[in-house]
Design a protein around this ligand. Structure first.
Ligand code: SAM
Length: 684
């Protein structure tokens, strides 16, 4: 992604017409037909693409999901009408995925205002408005609908809003080569006023993301668009248009179409043909991954060495959800921002849809200047123009005091969507999905592949288990397994301290992060966290770390009178961190990869900037979340599950690259290939 432009998108500039309909000042065009927006949607998009029949057919062939992509989310009318039709059709276990691109998103208030024109869509509109994102650029994934676990059916829908330029956003998905769109809605403003929405390079992305049978419709029948679609292999028809429009466009990609991008490898899997999946580790990374797979129809077994879920670093009573801040827009900034936003939305959705509760308190997080004292040598600690004001905004010490309801002496930033939750209960909530089986007290010592599946075993106890797909979510312990030995994850000890509330501290109404974090009271205690000791795997409580936690928080908030008279109360956990503080998520490279890079790299020519890793078949990893697992595991789990089930990725390719488990070696190779030693071999 290009991170130098528009980290926060401009809002749609709406002019309201007397009829109550929106008009775009920017494009000088209407959002939908004056002859009736909803009827137009049904005619041009839902009926033309024969959605209802195709969903029912897909259900009969036991297909797992159906994906629609739209150019121009606008008011969300097409989306809501599709969702309503979906709810009415209720096609069994088929899941619906709706992707929509938007460069100038409507302000939330404008969206609600325009949608009030259709009382028949009120239920769907209210759900959309409640989750409608801020204007940060990037991929926003929203889960909407009710709880499939308790309703026994999947009326839920995944909505991906790609905020940014459509051609660019779709290219980021196409580069990952793992999904296929079943139906396209081309709904940009008219080609005359909005040519970039109909340009050839965008239609090429549509082709790259389509497969035989993918359909497409639009109200526009512009000759140039039709000719380009034909060249790309679509069979195009003009059909009867809606309202005053005489004609509309329908197209379908033919099976014999030239395969320009042979990237889509069998994106559809039948539910019945699903492989068995085993996840090692029942902490936040493992439990969330298991849940994401189970909600996609997989049977999942989770195995953990501890006597219960979340027995490792995920076992604290209170964990803070905050956005890890980056100084500048970059791929890492996108990841940290969107994993935080995804987690805020998911925890709220889980809480409101009848999943087992986990004390999610979206009370907000105040991050004070001193929180970044050690890592930020320069620049203002409160100036973050690349974050939408809805995500965070700068506050003075006085404003911070009012928000936190205690005295705060520093300025900082406030993140209203953050908060805290109980990670043990969150893991239990994920694992309570009926398609997940949890096996505790079982340490897997080795895994071996026999050409067809993985054999997991513990020679000492005689435990054995088989699985086609294995996901290693064992945090820093991953390096004890032969296949994970090369992964650069190291232990990070963190001790939290529990301190009794006082008359003053009990009023604290949000999480405050200074040189340590302090949570609002849970029962009779606050949590102060956390110490940060590299390469320690000791889980004994330390008097010294408790004293340091307490001293730091007393210095930052002297008025709270916090103390732990003679009491050593807390919990020490070992987190797994990577060198660049980003998680490692994806397929595990086989040992030849490490050998090639570490041992043989000096033989690589100056051109060998990239070594394509061979991967172990069906072996994946989700580790390295450090002290931000509450924020990062939710999106990473969805990303990994989407990769395994060959669905649209919830993150752009450039962001996915920062999670690649081989990235450190690839960087090393790039450096080596550019080094003078290698160039010196070139003839002088
Ligand atoms: N489908 C919408 C609905 O249901 O309300 C109406 C879409 S409106 C006709 C076209 C939309 O395309 C506008 O919201 C506009 O901001 C958006 N748009 C225009 N150019 C774009 C681009 N290059 N990338 C993404 N979105 C764009």
């Amino acid at each position: 992604m290009n991170f130098s432009i528009d980290p926060v998108l401009e809002k749609a500039d709406i002019q309201w017409q007397e009829s109550g309909e929106p008009f775009s000042r920017h494009y000088q065009d209407i959002y939908f037909s004056r002859a009736g927006g909803l009827a137009e949607t049904h005619h041009v998009f839902l009926q033309a693409n024969d959605l209802q029949q195709r969903w029912l057919q897909a259900e009969q062939t036991n297909t797992d999901s159906f994906t629609i992509a739209e150019l121009g989310f606008g008011t969300g009318l097409n989306f809501l009408a599709t969702w309503q039709l979906w709810r009415r059709t209720r096609p069994g276990r088929l899941r619906l995925h709706y992707i929509s691109c938007e460069k100038y998103p409507l302000a939330a208030a404008d969206l609600s205002k325009v949608l009030s024109n259709w009382p028949e869509l009120a239920q769907e509109a209210a759900a959309l408005s409640a989750s409608y994102p801020d204007h940060s650029s990037g991929y926003h994934r929203l889960l909407l609908g009710r709880n499939p676990t308790t309703e026994g059916i999947h009326p839920e829908i995944t909505l991906d809003l790609y905020f940014g330029d459509a051609a660019h956003m779709l290219a980021e998905q196409a580069r990952q080569g793992q999904t296929r769109i079943d139906a396209w809605f081309l709904d940009g403003f008219a080609p005359r006023v909005n040519p970039e929405m109909w340009q050839e390079s965008l239609l090429e992305q549509i082709r790259a993301l389509s497969g035989p049978g993918s359909s497409l419709s639009s109200y526009s029948v512009t000759g140039k668009v039709i000719r380009t679609l034909q060249v790309l292999g679509f069979q195009v028809e003009k059909r009867k248009g809606f309202g005053l429009k005489r004609q509309m466009l329908f197209a379908e990609l033919m099976p014999a179409a030239p395969v320009k991008e042979a990237k889509i490898e069998g994106a559809r899997t039948e539910l019945a043909a699903r492989p068995r999946i085993t996840v090692l580790g029942a902490g936040l990374a493992g439990s969330s991954t298991a849940w994401q797979l189970a909600r996609r129809g997989y049977q999942v077994i989770v195995i953990d060495a501890n006597k219960q879920a979340a027995g490792g670093a995920s076992g604290n009573p209170q964990a803070v959800l905050q956005c890890r801040l980056n100084r500048d827009p970059s791929a890492e900034w996108q990841f940290n921002l969107h994993s935080y936003l995804y987690a805020c939305r998911l925890y709220t959705w889980l809480t409101h849809t009848g999943h087992k509760p986990f004390h999610w308190h979206d009370c907000g997080v105040l991050t004070l200047a001193s929180a970044y004292r050690h890592t930020r040598k320069t620049g203002s600690a409160t100036n973050y123009p690349h974050y939408d004001a809805q995500v965070l905004h700068a506050v003075t010490a006085e404003q911070a005091s009012n928000i936190a309801n205690i005295r705060v002496d520093e300025p900082g930033v406030f993140m209203p969507g953050g908060g805290w939750l109980n990670p043990v209960l969150l893991c239990e909530s994920y694992l309570s999905h009926p398609d997940i089986e949890l096996i505790c007290n079982t340490r897997i010592e080795q895994i071996e592949h026999d050409g067809a599946c993985w054999h997991l075993s513990n020679p000492a106890t005689g435990f054995t288990h088989q699985s086609e797909i294995v996901i290693l979510a064992t945090s820093h312990e991953i390096t004890t397994m032969a296949q994970g030995a090369g992964l650069p994850v190291s232990p990070l000890r963190g001790q939290v301290s529990f301190v009794p509330t006082t008359a003053n501290s009990g009023k604290l109404s949000c999480v405050v992060c200074a040189s340590r974090y302090l949570t609002p009271a849970f029962g009779d205690d606050h949590s102060i966290g956390a110490s940060y000791i590299k390469n320690s795997t000791d889980t004994e409580l330390s008097e010294q770390e408790q004293a340091e936690n307490l001293a730091a928080i007393k210095a930052d908030f002297p008025g709270l009178n916090l103390d732990t008279p003679g009491l050593l109360a807390g919990r020490a956990g070992i987190r797994g961190g990577s060198q660049d503080f980003m998680p490692l998520v994806g397929q595990v490279p086989d040992n030849r990869f490490w050998q090639e890079v570490d041992g043989g790299s000096q033989h690589l020519s100056g051109h060998a900037r990239e070594v394509k890793a061979n991967h172990y078949p069906g072996l994946f990893v989700n580790v390295g979340h450090g002290s931000h697992g509450v924020a990062t595991t939710a999106l990473c789990a969805d990303y990994l599950a989407a990769m395994i089930s060959k669905e649209a990725s919830p993150i752009p390719a450039s962001v996915a690259r920062c999670l690649d488990p081989t990235r450190f070696q690839q960087r090393k190779l790039r450096k080596l290939s550019a080094s003078p030693r290698l160039h010196s071999r070139a003839p002088k």
